[in-house]
Design a protein around this ligand. Structure first.
Ligand SMILES: C[S@@+](CC[C@H](N)C(=O)[O-])C[C@H]1O[C@@H](n2cnc3c(N)ncnc32)[C@H](O)[C@@H]1O
Length: 196
């Protein structure tokens, strides 16, 4: 664990407090029943559960995180909600694995979310490039990040936040084309991408 690896309980508490904001993000992502989706850097799993509620009964959500304690917390949450049929938890470092090493088939995802993760990731192009390879041709990737100018009373300090321009440049280098973007709640902005 490095100093940015928070405790699962701490991140879960934040996920509960901002559950209304994450519902709004999932509305932007336009998740629908039957879709194959992933929460990349899912932490303790509450947002993956929110996603699963939107894709069931025929869809599925992959909750993927590099931190074993986060994945264990997500698995407990999914089991407690009796949602194992719709959420699969996976431990993987998405800045290091090859798509073939994941249980998710390349080019299979219709929707993917990367929320509050990229500012932790040194190699953003590699992480986004993997996300692109998991997305189908018509797939959509929603990135949500802390706005460097708003909502400064919680979350990372401004110096640790990622400017939208940095995200846009990394996404372009990763082979992603912008579809939409804007405000995503009191502390966040979003960018929606599709494979270029
Ligand atoms: C602040 S939490 C955000 C969790 C969740 N996405 C949310 O919005 O509540 C950041 C998560 O990203 C995960 N993460 C960071 N780098 C990662 C990587 N390279 N691969 C997979 N997960 C990563 C961390 O382990 C942590 O659980």
């Amino acid at each position: 664990m490095d100093r940015r690896d928070y405790a699962p309980e701490q991140v879960l508490a934040h996920q509960i407090l901002r559950a209304a904001a994450s519902e709004r993000w999932l509305g932007i992502l336009d998740l629908r029943p039957g879709m194959e989706a992933a929460d990349l850097g899912s932490g303790p799993g509450l947002v993956a559960l929110q996603m699963a509620r939107r894709v069931r009964p025929d869809g599925r959500v992959w909750a993927i995180d590099r931190n074993a304690a986060m994945v264990a917390q997500a698995a407990r949450l999914v089991a407690a909600a009796h949602m194992e049929e719709w959420v699969r938890t996976v431990e993987a470092d998405l800045a290091a694995v090859e798509p073939g090493e994941l249980p998710v088939r390349p080019a299979s995802l219709e929707r993917a979310l990367v929320a509050n993760v990229l500012h932790h990731v040194p190699d953003k192009v590699r992480f986004l490039g993997l996300a692109r390879r998991l997305l189908g041709r018509q797939g959509r990737l929603l990135v949500v990040e802390f706005d460097p100018l708003r909502g400064l009373h919680f979350g990372p300090p401004p110096g640790e936040r990622m400017a939208p321009e940095e995200l846009e440049e990394a996404a372009e280098r990763a082979g992603l084309a912008p579809v939409a973007g804007g405000d995503a709640g009191e502390a966040w902005y979003h960018r929606l991408f599709t494979p270029a």
